[in-house]
Design a protein around this ligand. Structure first.
Ligand SMILES: NC(=O)C1=CN([C@@H]2O[C@H](COP(=O)(O)OP(=O)(O)OC[C@H]3O[C@@H](n4cnc5c(N)ncnc54)[C@H](O)[C@@H]3O)[C@@H](O)[C@H]2O)C=CC1
Ligand SMILES: O=C(O)[C@H]1O[C@H](OP(=O)(O)OP(=O)(O)OC[C@H]2O[C@@H](n3ccc(=O)[nH]c3=O)[C@H](O)[C@@H]2O)[C@H](O)[C@@H](O)[C@@H]1O
Length: 433
């Protein structure tokens, strides 16, 4: 008989986990506490950055492999409970894990029999896992072990389906050998390398991987400022470095710095992990990332003489191309700094406009636009803050004609052809050029 998996939390990770488990032959029951999200899934009309992921999930529902549950716990015994709920940041910058713990305790209390608790939501290394284990201890009996396994995932936003169904590695973090073997057997058909580690190591693998990506980006941004001072072209430098397979071409694209829900929060979570510890590398990573945003502001200040009273157009509010997600997006940080400096901002993004309007509502210092040309018309400067390829194919002749003053373009993403823009009379400044 098929094994039964219950999934809590149907964001990108939960949806992709459901599809993956269905492909592995499990009977899946999936729950999210957001009623609107459940309605969207039930009616087959959930908006997402990754339509193929939603389509694959709905196909699983149609095929009877995935069932939606409005209840936060299964009706009967299960083999696995997968926790894929969010762990949003608290005001102190640490991920909140109380919701995750309460959800799992409630589920374990209401579900009969023994089953494996699999954590895709990875609490930061430290006390959170011990608190969960202590709470679970009260529900354990000689016949009810309730083992906990941490299996971090490494999907990129917009590519969760591929990254979860064809993972680069499967990390199984538990001290319970039997639980580890059960999960390894479940995942074996994926044919990915499986690593058996302690729970603490599994947690640190997740946080350290993201921190490493962030450090790589800050490193190339540091090199970009050296390149500027020495007359080198950082893009050529990055290309020359990337050809060494030990360095590789990923995460060495210089620019305005990293954003998103994951890299910033996980660097910060590690930086604050051990009181009294001085994590120099992580602090430098954070400082350089903040400096990249500041560089946009100082570049504009220098080019325009002042920000006060200037009209600045921001192209790009998503934290990266291909998503409508504006969490920790560089464009929003630039908007905040420009408004503090007395400028008026005209913001445009091909997909993240609605999320940006929620995150930064329009006021006397900020206007949102649904059209790139309207956003740019009359502005003193344009800033490219997201690497949307469509910014390249805009009619820059038209934009140049409608800009005013010194007609500055600051390219925070190395996206545009500098020579072509200069030929249009624009003052083109690549942030990392
Ligand atoms: N987005 C990514 O690429 C990755 C995320 N993760 C981790 O996996 C977890 C989930 O990530 P995403 O899917 O991106 O998050 P998300 O924020 O997109 O989705 C989380 C979902 O869980 C639901 N939820 C929250 N609390 C719940 C509860 N108590 N009961 C039922 N549903 C609940 C929310 O309504 C939401 O739909 C997070 O802890 C995240 O840090 C790990 C690796 C990659
Ligand atoms: O933990 C997570 O949720 C995920 O976080 C990141 O995925 P994601 O947040 O989707 O974004 P990335 O593609 O890693 O990009 C992060 C940021 O770095 C920026 N970036 C990326 C690469 C680069 O060379 N330069 C650069 O500035 C991007 O524009 C973006 O703002 C990791 O890449 C995933 O492996 C991980 O699972």
């Amino acid at each position: 008989m098929a094994q039964h998996a219950f999934i809590v939390g149907l964001g990108h990770v939960g949806l992709a986990t459901a599809v993956c488990l269905a492909e592995l032959g499990c009977r899946v029951t999936a729950h999210d506490h957001d009623a609107a999200r459940m309605d969207g899934l039930a009616e087959g009309r959930l908006e997402s950055d990754e339509p193929a992921l939603v389509a694959a999930f709905l196909q699983g529902v149609a095929a009877g492999q995935i069932a939606l549950s409005r209840r936060s716990h299964p009706d009967g015994p299960i083999d696995f409970a997968f926790a894929c709920v969010g762990t949003p940041l608290k005001p102190d910058g640490r991920p909140a894990t109380t919701g995750l713990r309460n959800t799992l305790i409630d589920l374990a209390a209401r579900t009969p029999g023994d089953f494996l608790l699999v954590l895709k939501s990875v609490p930061p290394p430290g006390g959170a896992l011990s608190r969960l284990q202590a709470a679970l201890a009260r529900l354990r009996t000689p016949t009810r072990n309730l083992p906990v396994v941490i299996t971090p995932e490494f999907p990129r936003r917009g590519q969760a389906l591929r990254d979860i169904t064809q993972p680069s590695r499967i990390v199984i973090g538990t001290d319970d050998g039997q639980a580890a073997n059960t999960l390894a057997k479940l995942y074996a058909p994926l044919r990915s390398p499986i690593l058996f580690v302690s729970p603490a190591s599994a947690q640190l693998i997740k946080y350290a991987s993201n921190a490493f990506f962030a450090a790589k980006i800050s490193f190339i941004n540091e090199i970009a400022s050296l390149a500027r001072s020495t007359g080198a072209d950082v893009r050529s430098v990055a290309e020359g470095m990337a050809l060494d397979p030990r360095i590789g071409a990923d995460f060495i694209e210089p620019g305005i710095g990293y954003g998103g829900d994951c890299l910033p929060r996980e660097v910060r979570a590690l930086e604050r992990l051990i009181p009294g510890h001085r994590p120099g590398m992580l602090r430098a990573t954070l400082a350089i990332n903040a400096r990249q945003r500041e560089a946009v502001i100082s570049t504009l200040n220098e080019a325009l003489g002042t920000l006060r009273g200037k009209e600045i157009c921001i192209f790009g509010l998503a934290f990266k191309a291909g998503t409508g997600d504006v969490r920790e997006a560089p464009g929003l940080a630039v908007i905040d700094a420009l408004r503090r400096g007395g400028a008026h901002v005209r913001a445009y993004d091909p997909r993240a406009g609605a999320a940006a309007r929620d995150a930064r509502p329009a006021d006397e210092r900020l206007s949102h636009y649904d059209d790139a040309y309207q956003a740019a018309a009359g502005a003193d400067a344009v800033v490219i803050a997201t690497d949307w390829p469509e910014f390249r194919s805009l009619d820059w002749t038209d934009i140049a004609e409608h800009l005013s003053g010194p007609r500055v373009v600051v390219d925070g993403r190395n996206l545009l052809e500098g020579d072509a823009l200069r030929a249009l009379g624009l003052s083109f400044i690549p942030l990392a050029g």
